[in-house]
Design a protein. Structure first.
Length: 239
């Protein structure tokens, strides 16, 4: 797996860069090999729903669930094909789950960083360009702003839910020295990744969760947001 190089220049939402990806680019599909593809909860939801799979079926067929070394939280990642290290969703025509492809695939060749402005204390969103030798999309003469690119790639819901999940990661990392119990880890996986089981546990009265409406009427997106709040307010408690 090639180590990416980041451009030193930081980009804001209105800054332009040159990039295009389409079947006519000579490197088409080459970025879909030998990648470490971790799925945040919303990415996992979109992908397994598009494939018509339960959480258990998706993990059994396409990936694994484990405790992340950096986050110390349950995470799900996608296995590459054993014979050629290709993404399992890659076809000669491109991505077979393209409308529901993960946020990492949508964001490329940009990397997104969030940080706090030291003067105002407000969150800043900055981007840097990833350079990899195989990618020829950088030579396409198509200027586009970061904001336009994010919109073009359908990233709005992904960024919303991934930022919510980022609060969970930040909470965990702020207390990284405190080990989580098996029960805590099970609840986190339940609330973030196994939404059908999370819904059933709420319906059975086994979990005390604040809901915006009847749990049977909630979309999976709304239930995921409930799950994230549940983890923040009821599970990751360190006081």
């Amino acid at each position: 797996m090639e180590e990416p190089v980041f451009d030193p220049r930081e980009l804001g939402l209105e800054d332009e860069f040159l990039f295009a990806c389409h079947p006519g680019v000579p490197c088409f599909n080459k970025c879909c090999y030998d990648i470490h593809l971790v799925l945040p909860p919303y990415d996992f939801l979109r992908l397994r729903r598009a494939l018509g799979l339960s959480p258990e079926e998706f993990i059994e067929r396409y990936g694994e669930a484990y405790i992340g070394e950096v986050t110390q939280l349950p995470v799900v990642s996608v296995y590459m094909q054993s014979h050629d290290f290709a993404c399992p969703f890659l076809t000669p025509q491109g991505c077979r789950v393209y409308p529901d492809r993960p946020s990492a695939c949508r964001t490329y060749p940009l990397a997104r960083f969030l940080r706090e402005d030291p003067e105002t204390g407000k969150r800043q969103e900055v981007y840097r360009i990833i350079r990899e030798t195989h990618c020829k999309g950088h030579y396409e003469k198509r200027p586009i702003t970061v904001r336009e690119y994010l919109r073009e790639q359908g990233l709005e819901p992904y960024l919303y839910y991934n930022d919510l999940f980022g609060e969970v990661v930040a909470r965990r990392q702020a207390h990284a020295e405190t080990p989580l119990t098996g029960d805590q880890l099970d609840l986190i996986f339940l609330a973030l990744y196994d939404l059908p089981a999370f819904r059933r546990e709420i319906q059975r009265g086994h979990l005390a969760v604040e809901l915006p409406g009847p749990v049977e009427d909630l979309s999976e997106e709304a239930l995921l947001e409930v799950g994230i709040r549940f983890v923040l307010e009821k599970v990751l408690i360190f006081d």
